[in-house]
Design a protein around this ligand. Sequence first.
Ligand SMILES: Cc1cc2nc3c(=O)[nH]c(=O)nc-3n(C[C@H](O)[C@H](O)[C@H](O)COP(=O)(O)O)c2cc1C
Length: 370
Amino acid sequence: MTAEDTVTPPTLFEPIEINGVRLRNRLILPPMCQYSCEARDGVPHGWQFQHLAARAAGGFGMVVAEATAVTPEGRISPWDTGLWNDEQAQAWAPICDEIAELGAVPAIQLGHAGAKASTVPMHPGVPAGQPILEGPDSWETLSPSGVPTNSMEIRTHAMQVDEIRETVQAFADAAERADRAGFGAVQLHAAHGYLIHQFLSPLTNTRTDEYGGDYEGRTRFLKEIVAAVREVWPADKILGIRISGSDWREDGWSIEETVRLAQELQGQVHWFDLSSAGIGDTYEGPKGPGYQVPLATAVKEGTEGIVVSAVGSLTGAQEVADVVTAGRADAVCVGRAALANPNWPTAAALELDVPEEQVPMARQYFRAKW
Ligand SMILES: Cc1cc2nc3c(=O)[nH]c(=O)nc-3n(C[C@H](O)[C@H](O)[C@H](O)COP(=O)(O)O)c2cc1C
């Protein structure tokens, strides 16, 4: 028996350090668009404050704010949050303070929707992802090759190299504002068919210049963003990437390419969050509880020193805890189940009967323990 065999695996409610930043447990609230900027100005208000603060009070180790656009044309819908100006940065600041005050690390997902921008928000009764084709809320979107991500009619054009450079810079500028606002982690949105994913995937990137073609070309945009963000983002804060680990298509972006990318970014990026898909009309991948966990495990096993989180249809306390104790991922995101119950982590800790000091309950709520 080697020393390695005797190491006790961590448990879900044990703290974890990512680049020296301590999370009180391994539960992450994933980014979830709220489409709630009433004034269409990208400025977060009371809704975002209560949504994120409630889940920090509920016990998450890290709370990730929704996909936040780095430019106005990068918004999925006109009601998205943004970080392309200082007014937005100032409005995020009290939200960060509150999340931190409640014991969680405040994080934000920075994104650009590319060809999937200018769509109606995902609200009850509204067809998801429907492009807005006319009127003041409609704009021509940017994309690597003018190729749509699905069969819906859109207005998009292939980015010129100067537009690529401006967008890379916009990610860095937004990261700088995120730092000033008080976020402890930035997550780059390279998943779900949005702009960075559109560059990674051969399904949507048919460029013949240095930003397309082989693996090197298709990953160049993301690598340039990482390098630009690293210039401004403090070395002692967390830099992460949420990636679609697979397009689940023979001719698409693959888990092998994802693992290679994670290996190449080791040392620059501290955290990989493994989601999947987003390009195409239909979802072609596996389904069911924890369907994306194998993607996280592949990146965890293929890299060293990167914290890897799993996400997707993980809802039960024991099921989530098992992902960590089995070493399949270092942390787990719980999304929709935490929309239904903001106190999901606290409830799970009580259900799993973890040691008293690991129950992440807000002290004001201590009477809930019976
Ligand atoms: C309302 C809603 C909004 C979402 N918005 C985002 C987003 O802004 N960025 C993102 O990467 N994923 C987004 N997602 C995906 C979630 O982060 C998560 O990956 C997904 O819901 C699967 O996890 P779950 O089964 O625990 O909910 C969203 C999901 C929902 C339900």
